[in-house]
Design a protein around this ligand. Structure first.
Ligand code: ATP
Ligand code: PRP
Ligand code: MG
Length: 285
């Protein structure tokens, strides 16, 4: 089988979670990232450790077949590259921010202003679609400092917790896009590698579904079974088994992690006891 070539960020915010998802889908990689290229022992996959900003071009040239990359980088440099899977980590926004003291009410307030950014194509697209003219200052990092040193009136950069904006006395005024890590595919992927990609995608989907859910086991008095069954969604319906103790049952079910604490509270209020919660490695879908 042909080996699928995957690009992963060499170092930086995406690296660890990218390696974790490969590990969680059962792929073991031979060498460390110092190698720049490494093979998987148990899956037809070769990992290329690259700089984030270079990845769209490598995908386009077919140097790699797929990549784990931030959506924001594709918006900036890879509009022609398709996304096959959203991976749920490295969530952030690309936003406009201005000094806290600046009066800002609409996008038109950016007219004629100086904007510092590392994302010029994204900013130009945003300004053009809003019929605003502004002057761009392209800088590669520490963009948030630009207004404080008099280089710009506004910035466009990544915002996650907002703490970098806060520390630099800036406020977020517009969100250009929301981003997360994605699996992106080369427009030139061959038929045989497409088949390997489908196998990888199937595994990733199962792992992501597992991460979204938790497995719950609990004991309940039989007199409350009906109400407890109604609270537990389950994949189909919960498993119910009698306990050795007369009048009690054990229930097993799967709960979405977003609803988790509310459901646990309801279960307790309905007499559930001995509630155990386990992570799910894979949910085959
Ligand atoms: N504060 C953040 N919170 C969440 N995700 C972020 C944050 N900053 C960046 N990201 C996401 O992680 C990706 C990688 O960011 P990182 O800062 O590690 O790399 P970079 O400096 O853009 O690229 P390079 O690999 O060329 O050094 C970004 O493209 C974005 O999708
Ligand atoms: O809203 P926050 O949680 O504060 O995150 C936002 C910051 O994170 C990123 O920088 P990073 O730390 O990756 O440094 P870099 O500019 O050197 O890439 C981004 O460029 C912002 O500066
Ligand atoms: Mg960064």
């Amino acid at each position: 089988m042909s080996k699928l070539k995957i690009a992963v960020q060499k170092s930086g915010r995406l690296h660890d979670d990218s390696m974790k998802i490969l590990k969680d889908v059962g792929i073991s990689i031979d060498n460390g990232k110092d190698q720049l290229k490494a093979s998987a022992r148990n899956f037809p996959l070769e990992v290329f450790y690259l700089r984030n900003g270079d990845i769209p071009q490598y995908l386009r040239d077919g140097v790699v077949d797929v990549a784990i990359i931030g959506e924001n980088v594709l918006v900036e440099k890879g509009k022609d590259i398709s996304i096959v899977e959203k991976l749920g980590f490295s969530t952030c926004k690309v936003s406009v921010a201005v000094p806290k003291s600046t009066k800002y009410s609409t996008i038109k307030d950016l007219e004629g202003k100086r904007i510092a950014t590392s994302y010029p194509n994204t900013v130009n697209g945003f300004l053009q679609s809003n019929n605003v003219n502004a002057e761009l200052h392209i800088i590669n990092g520490s963009v948030e400092i630009a207004p404080n040193i008099g280089l710009a009136d506004a910035i466009v950069d990544i915002v996650s917790s907002g703490s970098t904006l806060f520390k630099n006395n800036l406020k977020e005024v517009e969100v250009l896009l929301k981003s997360e890590a994605v699996l992106a595919v080369s427009p030139n992927i061959s038929e045989d590698k497409q088949q390997v990609l489908e196998k990888l995608q199937f595994r990733i989907k199962s792992v992501l579904k597992g991460r979204q859910n938790k497995y719950v086991l609990l004991n309940a008095p039989n007199k409350n079974l009906e109400s407890i069954i109604n609270i537990l969604p389950g994949m189909n319906s919960p498993t119910v088994m009698p306990l050795a103790k007369e009048g009690w049952s054990s229930l097993h079910s799967v709960i979405n992690k977003n609803d988790f604490w509310e459901i646990i509270d309801e279960l307790k209020a309905n007499g559930a006891e001995g509630i155990l919660v386990c992570p799910i490695e894979n949910m085959v879908v």
